[in-house]
Design a protein around this ligand. Structure first.
Ligand SMILES: Cc1cc2nc3c(=O)[nH]c(=O)nc-3n(C[C@H](O)[C@H](O)[C@H](O)COP(=O)(O)OP(=O)(O)OC[C@H]3O[C@@H](n4cnc5c(N)ncnc54)[C@H](O)[C@@H]3O)c2cc1C
Length: 385
């Protein structure tokens, strides 16, 4: 009998909740990460947004599960994860975007999302001080929110330990050997070997490299995104604000004010910066400042405290890959979570654990098939990446 039932490669946004939910089911689970502790990959780069407001039904339902996990966490486990339902708001200044967001509302409401179009006057109530010049209104989804990525990863880690999960940090997985006849998979690290019946690739931005060890060519390509946090000011708005207007040098720009008053923001560069580079660029901050002041002129004197850069593990269609490779050899992938791994994490983990323990995901097979490895990646992509 192998030493573990399941080995997870990667103690990040996906691996940590998966470890906890497996351990809760009394599955003997080992998590291996090349870094020195939990959540040190892209998890800690996230700014904390958690929304079910997507256009892909699988992502909508997965994030509804995640929101449920985050919202009940404190009652269930006692830790305050700084979870807050401050909502998400997409302000709109262009006619074309108004129609595209209004069209999306149909799908979003069909899946039970609490989201609506609000006119410009009401939006100003929700976002006091927003530039009203050309403002047409926007969508508002009050049940979405934010959570601290650092507190969440720490909470998942400690609960997983408490429920019997084992962790090995500072070990890089360099080989995966399957012996289907014996139902055993050997995972080789740069220090030793481990054996399990099943192995999950949750290696984030390195998913493609780990995929190669599994004999796969996974379409997961990281690109760089930059973020920052300001000094605190008196709290005056609650939602995550997502500005989807393209500007020279960037596409999306999103930010929110957390409870202590700091504003945390993130910019999507245009063109994208492919690769693994995590060094902050000098181009980012002036662009982010221009966009923030453009939307909220009253923030023009606000000072930035710290900036950082991290990676989105992207797929060609902006939808994750969560799949069992085949029924006999025990290999699973939970990768390509793009710019949404924090919000998708607990929901993907619950589905993966159900897939492993019962053979079926929690979502319907039809909806879950959106995540399949063998899908057509050229179909229309998820528009809210
Ligand atoms: C600036 C920025 C802002 C963001 N904001 C948000 C947000 O507001 N909301 C949101 O939901 N998402 C956000 N994200 C995206 C989110 O951070 C990622 O989608 C998520 O962290 C990816 O999760 P993961 O588990 O796939 O990867 P990770 O969290 O990176 O975990 C993967 C782990 O695998 C380990 N690993 C890789 N290869 C090996 C190996 N060979 N051996 C051992 N270990 C290995 C790595 O060390 C790493 O710890 C943001 C990202 C950035 C960069």
């Amino acid at each position: 009998m192998p030493g573990y039932d399941v080995i997870i490669i990667g103690a990040g946004s996906i691996g940590l909740p998966t470890a906890l939910f497996l351990a809760r089911e009394k599955v003997r689970v080992l998590i291996i990460d090349q870094l020195s502790s939990h959540g040190q990959g892209q998890n800690k780069a996230a700014i904390g947004g958690v929304r079910a407001t997507h256009s892909d039904p699988a992502k909508i339902q997965t994030c509804q599960l995640s929101l449920d996990v985050f919202s009940r966490w404190e009652d269930e486990y006692g830790d305050d994860l700084h979870f807050r339902r401050g909502g998400y708001c997409f302000p709109v200044y262009e006619e074309e975007q108004e129609w595209s967001l209004k069209n999306l509302l149909v799908v979003q409401k069909k899946f039970g999302l609490n989201i609506d179009w609000v006119d410009a006057r009401d939006l100003v109530e929700i976002l006091p001080g927003i530039s009203e010049d050309g403002l047409r209104g926007g969508t508002y989804s009050p049940d979405d929110g934010s959570v601290s990525p650092l507190l969440a990863s720490s909470a998942f880690y400690h609960q997983a330990l408490k429920h019997g999960a084992s962790f090995r940090f500072g070990e890089k997985v360099i080989g995966i050997e399957k012996k289907p006849a014996f139902g055993v998979i050997t995972v080789r690290t740069d220090q030793t070997t481990y054996q399990a019946a099943k192995v999950i690739n949750a290696a984030g931005a390195d998913a493609r490299e780990v995929g190669r060890l599994m004999g796969l060519d996974l379409p997961v390509f990281p690109d760089s995104h930059e973020a920052g946090v300001t000094e605190p000011v008196r709290p005056f708005f609650r939602p995550m604000v997502v500005d989807i207007r393209g500007c020279p040098g960037s596409t999306n720009f999103y930010f929110y004010q957390e409870e202590q008053g700091h504003i945390i923001f993130c910019l999507t560069p245009e063109p994208i910066i492919p690769g693994h580079n995590r060094d902050s660029s000098s181009a980012f901050l002036p662009q982010a400042a221009r966009r923030m002041i453009g939307l909220f002129p009253r923030l023009r004197n606000l000072r930035v405290r710290r900036v950082w850069r991290g990676l989105y593990p992207m797929t060609p269609d902006g939808v994750p890959i969560v799949d069992r490779l085949d029924h006999s050899d025990g290999l699973y992938v939970a990768v390509g979570v793009c710019g949404q791994g924090l919000m998708l994490g607990p929901g993907i983990a619950l589905n993966l654990v159900s897939l492993i323990t019962t053979g079926k995901p929690i979502l319907s097979q039809e909806i879950f098939s959106s995540y399949s490895l063998g899908r057509d990646y050229t179909r229309p992509s998820e528009s809210l990446k």
